[in-house]
Write a protein that binds this ligand. Sequence first.
Ligand SMILES: NC(=O)c1ccc[n+]([C@@H]2O[C@H](COP(=O)([O-])OP(=O)(O)OC[C@H]3O[C@@H](n4cnc5c(N)ncnc54)[C@H](O)[C@@H]3O)[C@@H](O)[C@H]2O)c1
Ligand SMILES: [Zn+2]
Length: 365
Amino acid sequence: MSTQQVICTGGSYDILIEGGALAAVGERVRSLECTHTLLIADAEVAETHAAVAADSLAAAGCSVAMHTLHAEEANKTMPAVESIWSAALSAGLDRSSCMVAVGGGLIGDVAGFAAASFLRGVDFVQVPTTLLSMVDASVGGKTGINVQLPSGELGKNLAGAFWQPRVVIADPITLSTLPLRERRCGLAEVIKHALIGDPDLLDVIEQNLDQILEAEPEVTTALIDRAVRVKIDIVQKDEREHGCRALLNLGHTFAHAIEPDADLGLKHGEAVSIGLMAAAALSERLGRLEGDWVPQLRALLEKAGLPVRLEAARLSEDLVARMRFDKKIQSGSHRLIIPIAPGQVEITDDVPEKALLEAWNAVIG
Ligand SMILES: NC(=O)c1ccc[n+]([C@@H]2O[C@H](COP(=O)([O-])OP(=O)(O)OC[C@H]3O[C@@H](n4cnc5c(N)ncnc54)[C@H](O)[C@@H]3O)[C@@H](O)[C@H]2O)c1
Ligand SMILES: [Zn+2]
């Protein structure tokens, strides 16, 4: 078991990581002095993990109503938020009530935004059930939804709020039901965190890969514990993404250029995996790369069952054009995060397009 604390001005909170922690949800919520709760559950886990959390809330003396949502990006929009508000009103929630999200990052983002805005803000508890949400999405207080762009496409996470959870309760046993492909995707973000701030974690992953992919509870608990520390460290320094929090976007500006391409069929973590390789290639092109660690990174990603190249033919020019629309571009110039060495990453402004084209070419085909 591990308990870590996030200290920030928007409210400090504990992160509890423990096999079986679902059963402690009621007790933890009760200690917040909340009696009315709305549990917002990912439909995929509503009858399993969310039901355990609901029983725990009831046993602790909380009234609990459950509202389920399907975890699809197309659903991560305003109607889902309104459905949560309506369910909260039906359940009689007031300003001293609490919303509890049980699911992956998608449910956490929507439920968090609903909690931030319902009656101008009610307590919010995160119970992440994917590896990605345990090490990343549930921590740091970013909530949000997708918004339709004038083009008709969905703009990701364009509306939202910073709203810190009162507590995060991660039960690694819930990962036993998570599809293997989703576990691999979560691992891509863990590897990203290792590159940002915990280089030795790469060896830990390498040595325990099979158990990690099988979601063996003890090994997974230790993994989450270390990976989440990297995120905590960064969000504590930069609560509202004015500075170093951008480091968490390592590999993501590249990933965002290929993720919406439906023909590629890449999940977010898979796009991030390719993005990490492209960021390393960019670092090399810019003469910033130190040491000979990239082949090891590539081998680890491949062993984890993640893609390291873009198999389909794509023009690097088109991909760079897509990057121009990424919101991380500051005033028309390309700002990217590059790895120098494991545990050492930096924000680089004014990246020349030629270097970006070369970085893409290094991972195409
Ligand atoms: N707020 C943040 O800081 C932050 C950071 C990163 C990502 N995000 C957001 O998080 C979302 C991605 O999160 P995710 O990767 O957790 O994906 P997700 O929430 O879409 O879940 C992935 C899939 O796993 C299913 N699932 C969840 N838990 C399960 C379990 N225990 N067993 C079986 N199936 C389960 C879901 O139904 C879904 O089909 C995106 O919307 C992204 O924008 C937010
Ligand atoms: Zn990500």
